[in-house]
Ligand binder design. Structure first.
Ligand SMILES: Nc1ncnc2c1ncn2[C@@H]1O[C@H](COP(=O)(O)OP(=O)(O)OP(=O)(O)O)[C@@H](O)[C@H]1O
Ligand SMILES: [Mg+2]
Length: 489
């Protein structure tokens, strides 16, 4: 083709015709075709290709076309073709939709510049058409995966890191709201884009973050979490990016790897992202954009390959509006937002949750699991549960401790609820459930520690309300360290 300009005119048009009919031939004879532009974004797929979308996890064409190919097709090699300008004429591609024989061809403009690439699925169900070859291939692949996993576990053991402790099975709930949140999270697990978990305290954000990691193809990699609210502002940067020996006074003489580096090849969970100081937000944004970090005190950039899951119980959009959170960082993290519903929006799950929590409580206490009377269950189902599942668990645990038998009655629950926070029950109680009016004198007869704890809880709550949930400001007002406040929460 190099000497195309020197060809006679009719030869040139024959060549163009040939190119066009080749394209049509492939378009019809192949199982599907896709075009990406020079930035590796999918710009077109043909009708045959559309059949694969559901298997790749997409219901709508617009969720696929227009997006970076690496985000929508797992294990794609299209960028390699764009980078090298060389075709990959025959290759096997395995992803969640199956194993395919594919061909990838760079497209050049008249000046010879690569302007995109064409991907052709020559056979689908390669599993059956190329059975013997594939068998060998997948055997090798499995061995490789196993070896990688083994290595990763060994490394984790050595470095004392923990892998995810929950899977989707740990997330109890069959209510529509619970099913929906699990569906979204499962879907997010298939992609490598950032996930943003939004929900009140105790709704299961951390649990879901673990589950997403465990269901993703990074499962063999580490799951590393940083609780931003629990780390003092001044230490956060070192926590994220690490530091070299002697980077600052008081620094470890050995230097330390940051969480970004530790999470390399796995998932980094940024918990309480809404509490991140503004100065660090810009640095985080830069790191996410560049895919590189610069440890404190060093001049070298270190690349990382990390999937980010962020979570917050704060109203991030409002924080952005009020200038407390960078808008550009918000959009960077908000690629796959998942709203985790509060317990009061899925009361139907309370019974099942109590059962699971009860078994867990029993396991720890060595006693048989608690049993709730029907009234007791109704009372629990009627609570506002501002602390969500964590609060539900505490109440159950305390009621079980109070009860002499395994059975928990309304009276014991009322007592626990009364002490665990002064909230109005009547507003949410269904008809037929009666609650005794708390005896004001009873408060004075309780142990001092309980009363002090209650006072503390109220003060924290008031401070948080006064500062619209901003933990840093609340801690300041109360004259306590943010980490202490967090521990109390
Ligand atoms: N759907 C669920 N099924 C079973 N247990 C759950 C569920 N959701 C949450 N839990 C349990 O409730 C507790 C709180 O959950 P988790 O720590 O994930 O909440 P969170 O949203 O991260 O809260 P916070 O904002 O306070 O950090 C954990 O012990 C968790 O195992
Ligand atoms: Mg959490």
């Amino acid at each position: 083709m190099e000497n195309r300009d020197t060809l006679p005119r009719d030869a040139q048009s024959i060549l163009e015709l040939a190119a066009r009919s080749m394209f049509e031939l492939f378009a019809n004879a192949s199982e599907g075709m896709m075009l990406v532009d020079r930035t590796a974004r999918v710009v077109w797929i043909n009708d045959q290709y559309k059949r694969f979308l559901p298997a790749l996890g997409f219901d709508r064409e617009e969720d696929f076309v227009g997006h970076p190919v690496s985000r929508v097709v797992q294990n794609t090699q299209m960028h390699q073709v764009l980078e090298t300008g060389k075709p990959i004429l025959i290759d096997l591609l395995t992803n969640r939709a199956g194993t395919f024989v594919v061909s990838r061809i760079p497209l050049r403009d008249a000046a010879g510049q690569v302007i995109g690439a064409l991907g052709i699925v020559l056979f689908d169900h390669a599993e059956t058409t190329l059975q013997p070859l594939i068998e060998k291939f997948s055997l090798l692949q499995r061995d490789l995966d196993e070896a990688r996993r083994e290595l990763a576990t060994q490394r984790l053991r050595q470095t004392g890191q923990r892998q995810s402790k929950y899977t989707f099975a740990s997330f109890i709930g069959l209510s529509p709201a619970a099913v929906e949140v699990k569906r979204q999270a499962r879907r997010a697990a298939q992609s490598s884009s950032p996930v943003l978990l939004l929900g009140e305290t105790g709704t299961g954000k951390e649990l879901l973050a673990h589950a997403i990691h465990a269901a993703s193809n990074r499962v063999a990699g580490p799951f590393i979490s940083v609780n931003i609210a629990a780390v003092p502002d001044t230490l956060l940067e070192a926590e994220f990016f690490g530091f070299v020996p002697g980077a600052f006074t008081g620094a470890d003489r050995k230097g330390r790897e940051g969480k970004f580096r530790l999470a390399h090849g796995g998932t980094l969970f940024l918990d309480e992202i809404g509490d991140m100081p503004l100065a660090l937000q810009s640095k985080l944004l830069r790191a996410l954009q560049e895919g590189e970090i610069e440890p404190l005190g060093s001049n070298t950039l270190i690349p990382f390959d990390v999937r980010v899951i962020a979570a917050t119980s704060r109203d991030l959009t409002r924080l952005v509006r009020d200038g407390g959170f960078r808008e550009d960082l918000f959009y960077r993290l908000n690629v796959l937002p998942i709203r985790v519903p509060p317990l009061r929006e899925r009361r139907a799950d309370i019974a099942a949750l109590l059962e699971a929590l009860g078994e867990d409580v029993a396991l720890r206490s060595g006693m048989p699991p608690p049993e709730l009377s029907i009234d007791a269950l109704a009372l629990l189902e009627a609570q506002p549960w501002r602390g969500n599942i964590r609060e539900l668990r505490n109440v159950l645990e305390q009621a079980a401790m109070r009860s002499d038998s395994t059975r928990i009655e309304v009276q014991q629950l009322e007592a626990v609820l009364r002490e665990s926070g002064a909230r109005s029950l009547t507003a949410v109680l269904p008809v037929g459930v009666e609650v005794a009016v708390p005896d004001p004198g009873a408060a004075l007869l309780r142990p001092l520690a309980v009363q002090v704890a209650e006072l503390e809880r109220k003060a924290i709550h008031a401070a948080l309300t006064a500062h619209k949930g901003n933990k840093a400001a609340a801690a300041k007002m109360l004259g306590m360290a943010r980490a202490t406040l967090y521990a109390r929460l």
